[in-house]
Ligand binder design. Sequence first.
Ligand code: ZN
Length: 169
Amino acid sequence: MQISANTVVTLKYKLSNHSTGEQIEETNETNPLVFLYGVGSLIPEFEENLANKTAGDSFDFHIVAANAYGDHDPQHMAMIPTNIFHDEEGKFDEQMFHVGALVPMSDNEGNQLRGKIVEVDEENVKMDFNHPLAGTDLHFSGEILAVREANVEEIAHGHAHGPDGHHHH
Ligand code: ZN
């Protein structure tokens, strides 16, 4: 069966940084990616590159940052006063809020977002709210392990229920 709308695809892949070759993520046969094809759950260009493939086919392609998680946007960097991070005693926990730490925050509208600390000084913490893969050209390679028709329930839910279509609780 070929990959097309309303099929459930099981695949394994290696994701690396297309420019540096550095590996970012890898899935395998025991922990494959299973998804309902054609409902926009994955990067559109990722799905496009898999169209019409069947079990046993391999793939190898890259997607430029702008078409993946977007370019790195300096507008999504923010200077946040350190006192926001103070505990009940008015102390700044340097262990917890170090450069590189990912911190859950919420914006003015109460949306949850995760920021990465890129700089800390006396008054401010500079945070980056871009997606961790923003600005990264992605290289995917891997193999299609299985393709099957989605069942009615999966189509109604808009997602796959695993390689064998077992319902989730
Ligand atoms: Zn479901």
